[in-house]
Design a protein around this ligand. Structure first.
Ligand SMILES: Nc1nc2c(ncn2[C@@H]2O[C@H](COP(=O)(O)OP(=O)(O)OP(=O)(O)O)[C@@H](O)[C@H]2O)c(=O)[nH]1
Ligand SMILES: [Mg+2]
Length: 375
């Protein structure tokens, strides 16, 4: 019996030992696990912190970019509005006057509006068209509030100005942009501004000084080329403009340029001269850059009002104009002629010049223009 008792006690002891050992191991394992958990927790929280920081950075970046975009938008609208200052005050103030002097939208109101638009250099048929459309819309939509009618007027003007082709088409490499127009309208300045704009868009630009009528013309273009750090080709005074264009084509081709912009002399009043000159230039381009898109931009000085419309008609008969650049809108109350030109000739206005500075050339946007006009 004693023997069994002893054995039992021994077994008991062994069990106790095993228990102790086991519980020690469990404790150790527990500690290890909790340490690992702590480590994982730390790692996770570090990662979370990092993600948070990165998210903050991205947020800030987005905010900055949004601000930039807003700034640019505001800048564009403000510049256009300021640039159109005189036109706007003359047109907008007069429109507002018409609205104020009529208590309700009736026939007298339409007549007064029509008269005001005609007096604002918008042209008879265009003014009639605008008012006719307004009359229909007001009736159709049963508009009575001044604000609603004014908004409709803005939208109608925007529709008239709207065009699918209001952007420069640069779909061949290179594209040739030929800039034409009578002297002093702002051709060379427009080219300088346009080169700056295109370069900012990452395009490679070559300028051709095909106004060889006087040496100063090429010098003037050269100053713009230096300012923009773009290549220019020029020949001596009196050289054949088509020869300069030829050199321009060769240079644009060999450099893989995106755009070749050609300045021309503004003295080709005579239609036959102009046509002959352009034909020759077209032939050179066709031969040197077959299939290249040609943008023929007619530059018009807005301060000349109706005269600009006449020039547009003449040039349009002689050349295949693809777009109009209307300059000096900052110095005139005659900005309304944009509407007349668009309506009469059907040629899209592609750019407007609102100052002499390098950033004062803006792509034409119909709605923004109409909004800025009747602000
Ligand atoms: N205020 C203002 N002035 C402009 C604008 N565009 C051009 N000008 C000015 O108009 C004048 C004539 O501009 P140019 O670029 O030399 O005109 P051009 O058509 O090349 O003239 P020619 O080479 O003589 O045929 C310059 O003093 C320009 O600074 C504009 O949008 N606003
Ligand atoms: Mg010039």
């Amino acid at each position: 019996m004693l023997f069994w008792k002893k054995k039992k006690e021994e077994a008991q002891e062994i069990i106790e030992e095993i228990k102790e050992e086991a519980s020690g191991a469990v404790e150790e394992a527990k500690e290890e696990i909790s340490e690992t958990i702590e480590e994982i927790k730390e790692e996770v929280s570090e990662i979370v912190e990092e993600i948070k920081e990165e998210t903050e950075e991205i947020k800030e970046e987005i905010e900055e970019k949004t601000e930039d975009i807003e700034e640019a938008k505001k800048g564009f609208f403000a510049r256009l509005r300021d640039g159109l200052g005189k036109t706007r005050s003359s047109l907008s103030d007069k429109v507002n006057e018409v609205f104020k002097s009529f208590r309700k939208i009736d026939e007298d109101f339409y007549e007064a509006l029509e008269e005001m638009l005609i007096l604002a250099d918008i042209g008879m048929s265009t003014s009639l068209e605008i008012v006719e459309r307004l009359r229909e819309r007001v009736k159709e939509k049963r508009l009575t509030e001044e604000d609603e009618v004014k908004r409709e007027l803005r939208d109608i003007v925007a529709e008239i100005l709207e065009s699918e082709d209001s952007q420069l088409k640069l779909d061949t490499k290179p594209t040739v942009v030929l800039v034409i127009g009578v002297n002093g309208v702002g051709k060379t300045t427009t080219i300088g501004k346009m080169a700056s704009r295109l370069k900012k868009e990452g395009k490679q630009v070559v300028l051709a000084a095909a106004d060889t009528f006087r040496a100063a013309a090429a010098d003037q273009l050269e100053i713009w080329a230096e300012r923009n750090d773009v290549r220019i080709v020029r020949l001596q005074e009196g050289a054949d403009p088509a020869a300069v264009i030829f050199d321009g084509c060769v240079s644009a081709k060999s450099r893989g340029a995106d755009v070749l912009i050609c300045d021309t002399a503004g003295r080709l009043h005579n239609k036959k001269n102009l046509m002959d000159e352009l034909k020759k230039i077209y032939r050179v381009i066709e031969r040197e850059l077959p299939g290249a898109r040609k943008e023929v931009l007619l530059v018009l000085d807005a301060t000349t009002g109706q005269n600009a419309v006449n020039q547009a008609e003449e040039f349009n008969n002689a050349a295949n104009i693809t777009g109009i650049v209307l300059t000096k809108l900052d110095g005139t109350a005659k900005g309304g002629i944009v509407i007349t030109i668009r309506e009469k000739l059907g040629i899209p206005v592609k750019f407007v010049g609102v100052g002499e500075g390098i950033d004062d050339l803006q792509p034409f946007n119909a709605q923004e223009f109409a909004d800025a006009l009747f602000y």
